[in-house]
Ligand binder design. Structure first.
Ligand code: TXA
Ligand code: MG
Length: 318
């Protein structure tokens, strides 16, 4: 098992020797290594069992730092960065050669993000290089939102996890790219389309679901528990699966016909931010319960609700 602690010097020493470290961000925990070292990046793909066609996000402490790694920041990208960084926003920008091709899977853009977590901000400021960090879970499984989640799944592959407590957003960053300087959302996430559009106007949404998409976080099956997950009207689903042991993931209320201990409610007050915070942790719990099937319902498709529904759908795809 990895050690969990808040010793920045220890994290720095490991990262400087091309080792992996689990890091907290406001969205989900990342599996970090030196983004300028091909050797360090290769260890990420190995530990996650991640296909090489899936590019990594590079984390920086500031907009100024981002300029070291990209050739150009379109006007609307800069507007968004100024407004939402540090925060749950990744910008796809034309990369400089200093970013290894392995990090971007050979693409000429690099995903850059300035995360918002005091410990990781401090870490990024102290390091002489940016950090490549995908979510710290085996490829295709539910993303981790606390250090214990990371340890449960990758503890035998890494030595240290920085303890930043529970992630307060709980959904991965929203990914925005640009075509002729027009913003396009490739992954819905912790920053809502409404929030983005309030700053830059219309944002087109292009969520891929093919087998080799531009943003594999958009693979049809992703963020998935081991158990079968079915989405629909909970009362109807519970009745139809009465012969099985059922786990329930509900939006704002418990349902009848299933033991209360086998149910998780995302937000009793119908608060979508709270629902997002709980989503991955509850999916993990339900996955570990003695149930045969997990029944879930969609949440209202506004604000963060769209990203929550997106994750639920991918988690339910076989
Ligand atoms: O919130 C987050 O973004 C978290 C934390 C740790 O920062 N990271 C994260 O990384 O979710 P990951 O690797 O699980 O998902 C990154 C997604 C992948 O689907 C990848 O395909 C996409 O970002 N991506 C990265 N660079 C890209 C690029 N140049 N073009 C298209 N998609 C890219
Ligand atoms: Mg991921």
């Amino acid at each position: 098992m990895a050690e969990i602690g808040s010793d920045l010097q220890k994290a720095i020493a490991l990262l400087q020797s091309d080792e992996l470290v689990g890091i907290p961000t406001e969205t989900v925990y990342g599996l970090a290594s030196n983004a300028l070292s091909t050797k360090a990046i290769a260890k990420i793909f190995e530990a996650k069992d991640r296909p090489f066609f899936d590019p990594l996000i590079v984390h920086v402490p500031s907009i100024e730092a981002a300029y070291q790694y990209v050739t150009h920041i379109p006007e609307k990208a800069l507007l968004l960065a100024n407004h939402f960084w540090p925060g749950p926003l990744t910008l796809l920008l034309p990369k400089k050669p200093i970013i290894p091709d392995l990090a971007t899977s050979g693409l000429n853009t690099v995903g850059i993000r300035c995360p918002q977590h005091p410990l990781t901000t401090q870490l990024l400021k102290l390091l002489p290089f940016p950090l490549a960090a995908p979510s710290a879970n085996p490829f295709g499984y539910i993303s981790p939102t606390n250090p214990q989640h990371v340890n449960q799944q990758l503890g035998d592959k890494i030595r240290y996890i920085l303890d930043g407590g529970e992630c307060n957003v709980g959904l991965e960053s929203t990914i925005i790219g640009f075509e002729q300087d027009q913003p396009i959302a490739y992954r819905l996430g912790g920053l809502s389309i409404e929030q983005l559009e309030a700053i830059v106007g219309k944002v087109e949404i292009q969520l891929n679901a093919s087998s080799n998409p531009a943003a594999p976080g958009q693979l049809k099956s992703h963020y998935a528990p081991g158990k079968k997950l079915i989405i629909g009207d909970l009362e109807t689903l519970v009745a139809a699966h009465a012969h099985l042991r059922i786990g329930v993931l509900a939006f704002n209320r418990n349902v009848s016909g299933v033991e209360i201990t086998q149910q998780r409610v995302l937000s009793h007050s119908s608060d979508l931010s709270e629902a997002a915070q709980h989503l991955f942790a509850y999916l993990r719990e339900l996955d570990q319960f003695s149930v045969d099937v997990i029944l879930a319902e969609e949440v209202p498709p506004v604000g963060l609700g769209r990203a929550i529904n997106d994750r639920l759908k991918r988690a339910s795809a076989q």
